[in-house]
Design a protein around this ligand. Structure first.
Ligand code: COS
Length: 428
């Protein structure tokens, strides 16, 4: 198994993608907010548009594909059935560098770009979305949040082991009464001078029990509304932290989803991320990147379901011929392939914008919205193509269909993505 490292390959490889590494060779990088620079921006983007992946990207994609086939596929059905957390597999992902893919190597990460992350997420999710959500939360919510907004001490203490995959993290925003309406935080972080006193309950927390480090959003000053929310690093083994029951879920059953209760938990002031009151912006900015990860997860579920359907259609015979020869099936495959390609382009565009340090809010929501809708639609059609076999566990597509549903819900429902997109397009 190949271990990830920066510059795994060089030059441009086969297939499509964006060769962002060569961007400096073409045109001056655009400035975002100057209207009069539009032509320059256009020239810049035209010069960059290349539908090829670099050799480095291809190597990452292949490494993730190999891992998924050799380490995840065996046992995936059993883990789903028994709701078994993929602990061994996550440990190996960490050793290979997949748990802190975009983190600077000086903090224990692999130093890769977001495009590599999307490619890896797609491959892992084709086979095991329960495992890929662990990877996604650790990479794009926890590690990215800490690397971007944490201070040096926080990075040394928490980011390094998280990026190396020695420990895993969780992101605690949702509450029993604050899911989409994320500003309505009821969890409180009372300012006690040198520490905060944390009280409240968080719900539906991915990695809830397996994480050692929690990033917790809590209200310090209710009078200030969302500007009174803080983001705190909380160690799971702190006195007063209780892990609630594991949720019995429709899909991603191998992942570890819990409610977490805090009762008079003392959190040192030095564990606050950013300035006082930065917590809500921290959560929003972090989720904006996280949504690219979930979009890529949805893309993987869709492409996994499609690949299985294509294979099955070439093998299964009905009415004297392989079912792929029936237009009813062939047209389904055509629609699946088209929508998956569109989802992939949206995911890569969002990743590319992020790598270029351009505004990627609209793109990340579009990628998440379209990819998750595509995942659901594709997985339902995959079950239909498989007929009776699709309805039993052995053929994998029923699991992919159950797994697909959550991608329309977590890290912002499809409705929330439409809120974000519509607010942005209305500014045009
Ligand atoms: N980046 C930076 N800042 C952001 C932001 C973003 N992506 N989105 C919002 N903000 C800021 C706003 O600029 C505003 O700050 P100011 O008052 O200083 O201008 C503040 O956050 C509040 O934003 P807004 O008024 O838009 O909040 P709303 O209550 O209208 O909520 C939505 C906006 C619905 C988009 C937000 O609450 C959301 O994303 N909800 C879903 C949360 C989610 O994904 N939950 C799943 C949890 S993880 S499984």
């Amino acid at each position: 198994m190949v271990q990830l490292k920066k510059n795994m390959g060089s030059g441009v490889g086969k297939r499509w993608g964006y060769n962002h590494n060569t961007s400096q060779n073409y045109a001056k990088k655009p400035t975002q907010n100057t209207h009069s620079k539009n032509l320059l921006n256009l020239a810049y983007f035209c010069s960059l548009m290349q539908f090829e992946l670099t050799e480095e990207h291809l190597a990452v994609q292949q490494a993730a594909r190999d891992f998924a086939q050799t380490e995840l596929l065996p046992g995936v059905i059993e883990r789903d059935e028994h709701q078994k957390f993929p602990a061994e597999q996550v440990k190996k992902l960490g050793e290979l560098g997949f748990m802190g893919m975009m983190v600077d190597p000086k903090y224990g990460g692999s130093g890769m770009d977001t495009i590599s992350y999307v490619l890896a997420m797609e491959e892992i999710s084709k086979v095991d979305a329960s495992c890929s959500v662990v990877m996604s939360v650790n990479n794009s919510l926890v590690c990215w949040g800490l690397e971007t907004f944490g201070n040096e001490e926080q990075k040394q203490k928490y980011l390094v082991p998280l990026a190396k995959g020695e420990i895993i993290g969780a992101f605690l925003l949702s509450e029993p009464e604050a899911g989409s309406d994320a500003t309505s935080q009821r969890t409180t972080a009372e300012d006690k001078g040198d520490h905060y006193l944390l009280n409240g309950t968080k719900n539906w927390i991915t990695n809830g029990n397996s994480a050692s480090v929690y990033l917790v959003m809590a209200q310090t000053d209710a009078a200030k509304g969302h500007k009174g929310i803080n983001a705190l690093i909380v160690e799971k083994n702190s006195p007063g932290v209780t892990v609630g029951k594991k949720e019995d879920k429709l899909g991603i059953r191998g992942s570890d989803t819990h409610s977490i209760m805090f009762q008079d938990v003392k959190v040192p002031k030095e564990n606050r991320i950013g300035e006082d009151g930065f917590g809500f912006k921290f959560a929003m900015k972090t989720l904006t990147g996280g949504r690219i990860g979930i979009a890529a997860q949805a893309l993987g579920i869709a492409s996994g379901a499609y690949e299985l359907s294509l294979k099955y259609s070439k093998e299964r015979k009905a009415f004297g011929t392989e079912i792929m020869n029936h237009q009813a099936i062939a047209f389904k495959l055509a629609d699946m392939a088209t929508e998956i390609e569109a989802a992939r382009l949206l995911c890569l565009k969002a990743a590319w914008l992020k790598d270029q340090h351009l505004d990627y809010g609209r793109a990340s929501s579009m990628a998440k919205l379209f990819s998750s809708e595509t995942a659901m639609k594709t997985a339902v059609e995959a079950v239909q193509i498989h007929g009776g076999y699709g309805y039993v566990k052995e053929y994998h597509v029923e699991r992919l269909m159950r797994d697909a549903k959550i991608t329309q819900i977590y890290e912002g429902t499809s409705e929330v993505q439409r809120v974000v997109i519509s607010r942005d397009v209305l500014k045009d």
